[in-house]
Design a protein around this ligand. Structure first.
Ligand SMILES: Cc1cc2nc3c(=O)[nH]c(=O)nc-3n(C[C@H](O)[C@H](O)[C@H](O)COP(=O)(O)OP(=O)(O)OC[C@H]3O[C@@H](n4cnc5c(N)ncnc54)[C@H](O)[C@@H]3O)c2cc1C
Length: 115
């Protein structure tokens, strides 16, 4: 962990990124850091625009679901990264999707039997 530093430049060669120019946020001094690559973390924003404003969501905009992955809109199921939960990983997305698919099938069957 390198504290109190701001990346001011990414310098490279024809092969790609080579080093960063860092500025100390306290003293203003500049230094360089040799790197093999750069990964920029831009944060998260749930891609829920299609149904925005129509479903219950948490403060960050992630869809709230019940244990069947059903949202506050009956018949609309959500799985994976758009769902309000602790982790956003492939393994949890796959598990969510399995639950959502089975729950959706049961939901449709129940609707059909009601008619
Ligand atoms: C840089 C990075 C590294 C990661 N590393 C790991 C890791 O090492 N291990 C791990 O377990 N997880 C990792 N993850 C997280 C993992 O990729 C996600 O948790 C997982 O892909 C979520 O699956 P998903 O199906 O919910 O969403 P996504 O994989 O994002 O799939 C959503 C799909 O919906 C499509 N889509 C969006 N809007 C619309 C629309 N309106 N109409 C039609 N299609 C639409 C998108 O194009 C996309 O294909 C990483 C994520 C990132 C960004």
């Amino acid at each position: 962990m390198i504290w109190n530093k701001r990346v001011v430049e990414i310098e490279g060669t024809e092969k790609g990124a080579d080093h960063l120019v860092l500025e100390d946020t306290v003293t203003g001094d500049r230094s360089t850091l040799k790197v093999g690559g750069v990964f920029i973390f831009i944060g998260f924003r749930p891609n829920t625009g299609v149904v925005e404003g129509h479903f219950e969501h948490d403060a960050a905009g992630y869809m709230i679901t019940d244990e069947r992955m059903m949202t506050s809109i009956p018949g609309l199921f959500a799985a994976g990264d758009v769902r309000s939960q602790l982790t956003r990983q492939i393994t949890t997305a796959v598990g969510d999707a399995t639950t959502a698919a089975i729950a959706a099938e049961k939901y449709l069957t129940a609707l059909r039997e009601k008619d």
